[in-house]
Design a protein around this ligand. Structure first.
Ligand code: AHR
Length: 513
């Protein structure tokens, strides 16, 4: 059996893990909102119409901050349509997703849902068809206490106290030709800067996220960030990157190395931020907001879903990109989260895109049940355990050649230290063989839990959770873990993601393993 070794550098903290690393995303798209989080006729619906079965799963997932209301949707959205008496709200065409938007759920309802779910709202403004005036008005409506027309309108609409939204996205994917109101980097950079400036005059306590690249293969990637930062660095607090991964042409080796791709993407954006701040002589930090990331079979979306969707009838909440996730997808989602943790010194927040039904860890059926996709599990387990400080660790491992990322280690690992706890996140990228792992802990420790996600007995790496069989793929005990003389040993199953939690002493000055 191939052998790998992990060394934990207990005296080398990488960074504190921000709670905001475990964010997600609810867009007015497909069935994310309607029949996703909201379905007034459902047997579990609360007084507002939100499904409490879905709310329970959102809490269990451990999502901390939710980006809303888009996505591509926001670039054609008039926020004023979504407030006020519900029966008077206009029904609009949503041309981003070829859908009919009823505006039955709007800012007030979503804020109530967010309170119930215990999440922070990350609000996006429309910089596609709109600009400074609409963004500043929405901010005033949301965050100003009262005695202005906008804030009094909010109070008249039933919300006395301000929503107090801190995080604001300046548009969405403005580099993409698919975006309503797509712009050049220069046009967007100027608009983001001028909109952001006015928004901070309305409420100086907010944090602004400028839109970076839609993916690392965009022809404008790099130049886009440089130009946007040159125009807006003074006013923004974060710049986004979006990253979706899929297995194409049976290239599972590259797919399993997606975390390496994300590491490099983050590294490039971080270098551009540093260069730009230095050039502009700005003494500030700008975080990277990975505010859309996931596995998404985009090739399937483009080839199969998109033509009929965009040519067909206009419907309310059509089924769009309801990808069913496999064991392999869950392992990749787990390793993408590990990449975000590994880069916790630069990544200020991240949002799994999306939350319910649309490329989501949670699925629900109208009038039916809600269930956990395979990808739910690594997210929930990581969000619950990987808090505290990421520690530097070094891997010595056999390797695998991948067409997209070159030679990569078979073992992927991240270590997080929390009060009295050490958390190991581990991936075996070998699709056929187990990997024998040893970890130098350098001190005594006791295993409190060890769980793994891999192909179930009688299943395969393609096994998935469905409405009929929602618990086909669940975390199972990693039986092989043992500790002797400060060395942990384990056998990682083929194509697996694992989490090992250890009761252990906190970092002490100068301690090394
Ligand atoms: O998450 C689905 C879509 O992907 C979003 O609307 C858009 O921002 C991205 O292209």
């Amino acid at each position: 059996m191939a052998k790998a070794h992990l060394r934990v550098h207990r005296d080398e903290p990488v960074a504190a893990v921000s709670d905001r690393l475990f964010g997600s995303f609810v867009e007015h798209m497909g069935r994310a909102v309607y029949t996703g989080i909201y379905e007034p006729g459902h047997s579990t619906a609360n007084a507002v119409g939100f499904r409490t079965d879905v709310l329970d799963l959102v809490r269990e997932l451990g999502a901390t901050v939710i980006r809303y209301p888009g996505g591509n949707f926001v670039s054609g959205f008039r926020w004023e349509d979504s407030v006020g008496p519900r029966d008077e709200r206009p029904v609009r065409l949503d041309v981003a997703w070829h859908s009919v938007e009823t505006n039955e759920v709007g800012l007030h309802e979503f804020a109530e849902w967010a309170d119930d779910a215990g999440v922070e709202i990350m609000q996006a403004v429309n910089l596609g068809t709109r600009g400074i005036e609409a963004a500043a008005a929405l901010l005033e409506y949301s965050n100003h206490a009262g005695r202005t027309a906008r804030s009094d309108e909010r109070r008249a609409n039933g919300r006395e106290t301000p929503f107090g939204i801190t995080l604001w996205c300046l548009g969405n994917e403005m580099d993409g030709p698919w975006q309503i109101g797509h712009k050049t980097a220069d046009e967007y950079g100027r608009l983001a800067a001028e909109t952001g400036r006015v928004m901070k005059w309305v409420d100086p306590s907010i944090e602004l996220v400028a839109a970076g690249s839609s993916n690392a293969d965009m022809p404008t990637f790099g130049e886009w960030e440089r130009t946007v930062l040159a125009r807006s660095a003074e006013v923004i607090d974060h710049i986004s990157l979006h990253a979706y991964y899929e297995e194409t042409g049976g290239d599972v080796a590259s797919f399993l190395a997606s975390g390496v791709g994300l590491d490099r993407y983050i590294g490039t954006v971080a270098a551009i931020i540093d260069e730009s701040l230095a050039e502009q002589k700005l003494e500030k930090t700008i975080g990277i907001s990975v505010d859309e990331w996931n596995v998404w079979y985009q090739s399937r979306f483009n080839d199969v879903d998109k033509p009929p969707l965009f040519a067909g009838d206009w419907n309310e909440h059509p089924r769009i990109i309801e990808d069913e996730y496999s064991v392999t997808d869950a392992v990749v989602v787990g390793s993408l989260l590990m990449s975000l943790l590994r880069n916790a010194d630069r990544v200020s927040m991240a949002n799994l895109a999306q939350l319910v039904n649309v490329i989501a860890p949670i699925r629900s059926e109208p009038d039916g049940p809600a269930w956990r996709q395979t990808t739910f599990h690594p997210f929930a387990l990581t969000a619950a355990a990987a808090r505290g400080t990421v520690l530097r660790s070094s891997v010595s491992s056999p390797t695998v050649d991948t067409p997209l990322y070159g030679t990569v280690d078979l073992l992927d690992a991240v270590v997080v230290q929390n009060d009295g706890e050490l958390v190991l996140l581990l991936v075996n990228r070998d699709t056929a063989e187990p990997l024998s792992l040893t970890v130098d802990l350098g001190h005594s420790a006791a295993v409190t839990s060890a769980l793994s996600i891999h192909a179930p007995v009688g299943g395969s790496r393609f096994s998935a959770n469905t409405e009929a069989a929602p618990d086909t793929v669940v975390p199972v005990p990693l039986e092989s873990v043992a500790i002797s003389d400060g060395v942990l040993s384990a056998e990682l199953p083929p194509l697996s993601w694992s989490i090992v939690r250890l009761a252990s002493a906190p970092i002490s000055e100068g301690a090394t393993a």
